[in-house]
Structure formats: structure tokens, C-alpha cells
Design a protein around this ligand. Structure first.
Ligand SMILES: [Zn+2]
Length: 369
């Protein structure tokens, strides 16, 4: 899952999408400041002064990119209580971010820096979690690159927060304003953090962590954009792809069968006759057009399974269209609304077949697994 605020419609863009894309994922030196566009403002989050770049000015909220990569939506008094510092935007360096995390989480936690992550974990937990996050990220980059998806290095270190047990995790989610129940972890798009816990069987939690880590990799490495509205089946389909353990193991000996998400396939067999039923093509059409199946608790689990099937088929059988779909959804305008008509139109253009034909191809593919 991805937790995040929903931005209201009716907007005015402060900086252009291409400048913003550079801010969120830099091709070159990640510490380089950006001289184009507006300058840095000072603003307050929980009475703490922070600095960042305003990126969207909605009627009810001002969206700001913090120097550490967090996105804040300032509302009410917080929206007014800002000051232009007339300085260019410069991302925080990893040491600054690390120091800030240490004071945020306190002495019971350590911050472990890896090549791509800052992992916040209870003191003395060793390398198990940092290794899992690094491995997940590397396999994500490999899988995407092999399919021609253009990966671009992110500007900010990815922050992963490991709480000591499930109740501490829920308390941390509440502090971050995230509503979730019965989860082993979450990726939150605004704070750009994964939050999970170390209080259960790692095997059980690990599938969720691989799913959430894939969201984080996707949003930080230019597969999705954190400021673009992306259809849920696209983002969750990617998350589902990375749940199987084989996805983070050595590529040698890895077969298509190893990459199958068994939970999703089981659900498809139970509820959609393995993709052969009319309900399956209807679900495919619904997911392409709207996020309703995800939002309705009765159909959420089905939505994840069908989204997996669609994404797995594209990634394994039509990688060019897979890459085109991801580039297309990623390249839309900042917070630009995306209606049913446009979603269906774009899909048929990027994937090169109508929805019913596509659903049939996915069904045949599922049968072959
Ligand atoms: Zn997800």
C-alpha cells in the first residue's frame, strides 16, 4: 500500500514539471542547487522551523519540498506563516539528514547508512535490515533496467524506519498521520519513508517489506513521480511484483515461475477462475479507469491480485509496453487530475491494444503459469 494525502483539484503550479523532476531525481550531482524558479521559504512543522521549496499553491494548501526530500502540505495558519529566504534550493546532505533522524528518534535508535538508505532501527540489530533494503533496491533496479525502464538516481537518501514491534510501528504511523490496520509495513509518499517493525517472523514481514521497498525505489528512481497522480493499479502492481522472495535473490537460476506472486495467483484462481471469467475483464477495465476497487474494502484484495496479473504480464511478455506505460504515467503534469476517459485512452495508446483484448492476453498468460 501507499499512504499519502490526496491533493484537492484546482491548483496553480509554482514551478514547471521539468524543473521539479530534476529536483526529485537528479541525473548528475545530487548536491547541486537549483537556480531556476522560486527560492527557498522558511515554514513550520509542529512548531519546528524548516526550509524548503514551494512547489504547488492550492487554494487550501501550500505544498513544499523540504530540504531532506519530505513533502509537506501546509494548511490554515501554517500556510500563511512562511517567509521567503531568497536562497536557492539545496538538498540536505546525508550527514545533516542522519543527524536530524537521530534527534527525531532518540537514543534507543541507531541510524545505519548504506549506499542508498538511512535505516533507523533499535540499537544493536546488526545488518539484517540494512541488507534487506539494499538487496531489494538492487533487484528493483536490475529488473527495471532489463526491461528498458529508464532509471535515474534519486536526490535524497531513502529513509527506512524499523520499529521494535508492531505496536511501536502503529504508534509511529499515528505520529506520521498514517491510518492503517493489519499491515506489516507501509511506504508513505509525502515523508518518502518506509515504516516497518522487527517484532515478528522476518519471513512473514519480508514480503511486505519487499513490496513497500519497491514503492520507495519506484518513487525515488524516476519510475513514478511523488507529485504526479498515478493510477493505483500501476503503483500497486509494481509493489506486488516484488513480493516473492526470489525477486531479491541472485538472478542466476531465476525462472518465470519463481517470480510468480503465489498469493495473488491463488486469489485469481479462487475469485476469477484464473482470469477466464467475465468478471476478470470487467475488473481489468475498472482498474484502468478508476481506483474504486482499491478504495472499496470489499474489493481491495481482488484489486491487488488483478493489478499484479496485469503488471506481471506486461513486465514478462510486453516489456516495451511496460516501459512505455511507466514513462507515460510518470511524465504527466504535477498533480494533474486524471479522469476515467483519459486513463482508458492513455492505456490503449501506451499498451497498443484495447482493454478487452488485453484482458484476454493476461488470462492466457495466467493459464500458462
Ligand atoms: Zn502497496
Amino acid at each position: 500500500m501507499i499512504s499519502s494525502i490526496d491533493c484537492p483539484h484546482g491548483k496553480s503550479s509554482i514551478i514547471t514539471g521539468s524543473v521539479l523532476a530534476l529536483l526529485l531525481a537528479a541525473g548528475g550531482n545530487p548536491q547541486r542547487s537549483v537556480a531556476v524558479g522560486p527560492t527557498v521559504i522558511e515554514f513550520y512543522v509542529d512548531d519546528e522551523p524548516r526550509r524548503g521549496l514551494p512547489i504547488m499553491d492550492f487554494a487550501s494548501e501550500l505544498v513544499v519540498l523540504d530540504r531532506d526530500g519530505q513533502i509537506h502540505a501546509l494548511r490554515g495558519a501554517a500556510k500563511e506563516n512562511v517567509r521567503d529566504l531568497k536562497l536557492p534550493y539545496e538538498p540536505a546532505n546525508p550527514i545533516e539528514t542522519r543527524d536530524r533522524l537521530q534527534s527525531e528518534f532518540g537514543r534507543d535508535f541507531e541510524i545505519v547508512a548504506t549506499q542508498h538508505f538511512l535505516v533507523v532501527q533499535p540499537r544493536g540489530r546488526g545488518d539484517r535490515w540494512p541488507d534487506l533494503f539494499e538487496r531489494s533496491h538492487r533487484s528493483f533496479v536490475n529488473y527495471m533496467s532489463r526491461r528498458g525502464v529508464k532509471i535515474r538516481r534519486g536526490r535524497f537518501p531513502m529513509v527506512a524506519v524499523v520499529m521494535p514491534d508492531a505496536s511501536a510501528m502503529y504508534a509511529e504511523m499515528e505520529r506520521a498521520g498514517i491510518q492503517a490496520t493489519s499491515v506489516a509495513g507501509v511506504y508513505e509518499r509525502e515523508s518518502n519513508r518506509v515504516i516497518t517493525h522487527d517484532g515478528g517472523h522476518l519471513e512473514f514481514i519480508a514480503a511486505t517489506v519487499r513490496h513497500e521497498a519497491a514503492h520507495q525505489s519506484a518513487y525515488n528512481y524516476n519510475v513514478h513521480s511523488r507529485v504526479v497522480i498515478t493510477p493505483r493499479w500501476v503503483t500497486e502492481g509494481i509493489g506486488q511484483l516484488f513480493e516473492p522472495e526470489a525477486m531479491v535473490m541472485n538472478q542466476a537460476g531465476l525462472t518465470l515461475r519463481d517470480r510468480v506472486n503465489r498469493d495473488s495467483l491463488r486469489k485469481l484462481k479462487e475469485n476469477f477462475d484464473g482470469g477466464q471469467s467475465d468478471q476478470f475483464s470487467q475488473a481489468v477495465r475498472d482498474l484502468i479507469g478508476t481506483d474504486e476497487m482499491f478504495n472499496n474494502a470489499q474489493t481491495t484484495a481482488d484489486a491487488y491480485a488483478v493489478a499484479w496479473a496485469m503488471m506481471f504480464y506486461l513486465a514478462e511478455r510486453e516489456p516495451k509496453n511496460f516501459a512505455r506505460l511507466l514513462t507515460g504515467t510518470n511524465g504527466r503534469g504535477t498533480y494533474q487530475p486524471y479522469d476515467r476517459f483519459a486513463r482508458l485512452n492513455d492505456f490503449e495508446r501506451w499498451v497498443g491494444s484495447d482493454v478487452d483484448t488485453f484482458a484476454k492476453k493476461v488470462a492466457w498468460f495466467l493459464k500458462s503459469l
